[in-house]
Design a protein. Structure first.
Length: 239
């Protein structure tokens, strides 16, 4: 009987060690994934409770004001969704620059914008070219789940899994798509990072067309300018 070559024995030993290491790594990965799923589920549940509490507080405040013969004035919304609805051929360089700063480089692009003095001034300067308003939770969620893409190393990557979010937002504490939705809708501390991570939404032409003339302001029966919560109807037509 011929002796087993020493090199073959070494290969067998090495393969056995690699197999053990692979099984150990897989077990650790499965354990980490199970823990992440559990954490994400708990976060999602906490977010739903927070959204429900916020909505209930608004309802109670309106009821209390009505019972006292008063008018409830809700706080100014902190979030707007901006859609570019017109081209920029022949317009001033200032308008072009503002649209670039808002990342609205193409027709029917949409972005989330935090409301402050600077952004309000910018939006008013380009009102003839955009439609914007205050999105509700349903619109934010549908935009991100149905039209959401992230920016990874300069590439446009669909938000098909939480791994894309984890890789794109490392070190921010944002680990899943529900975290992204929460930061955007509640305008959280990481809003800037999450907003920059999200690629500008590429929307389709609105089903049934725009309301009125695009050149006319919304309050005049047109489509451009601030639309308040009516922006949700336009978002639904363009998703």
């Amino acid at each position: 009987m011929s002796a087993v070559p020493e090199s073959f024995k070494k290969k067998q030993k090495r393969d056995a060690e690699l197999e053990v290491a692979a099984k150990k790594a897989k077990a650790e990965a499965d354990k980490a994934e199970a823990k992440l799923v559990k954490d994400i589920t708990a976060r999602a549940q906490a977010y739903e409770e927070e959204y429900a509490k916020t909505a209930l507080e608004a309802i109670n405040n309106r009821r209390q004001a009505k019972a006292n013969n008063q008018i409830f004035v809700p706080p100014e919304p902190k979030l707007v969704f901006v859609i570019r609805i017109r081209g920029i051929v022949g317009v001033s360089p200032k308008v072009k620059k503002i649209l670039q700063l808002l990342r609205l480089r193409q027709l029917h692009n949409g972005v989330f914008v935090r409301v402050n003095a600077a952004t309000t001034k910018m939006l008013r300067l380009v009102e003839p070219f955009i439609a914007y308003g205050n999105p509700n939770l349903k619109s934010v969620r549908e935009l991100i789940y149905k039209r959401g893409f992230g920016k990874l190393s300069g590439s446009r990557i669909p938000l098909s899994s939480n791994i894309v979010v984890q890789n794109g937002l490392q070190g921010t504490g944002v680990e899943c798509i529900e975290d992204v939705i929460h930061e955007i809708f509640m305008v959280g501390e990481k809003f800037k990072e999450v907003s920059n991570f999200l690629w500008p939404f590429k929307l389709r032409s609105p089903k049934g067309g725009f309301t009125g003339k695009k050149l006319n302001h919304f309050i005049e029966g047109g489509s451009c300018g601030f639309q308040g919560d009516k922006i949700n109807r336009l978002i639904k037509k363009m998703i």
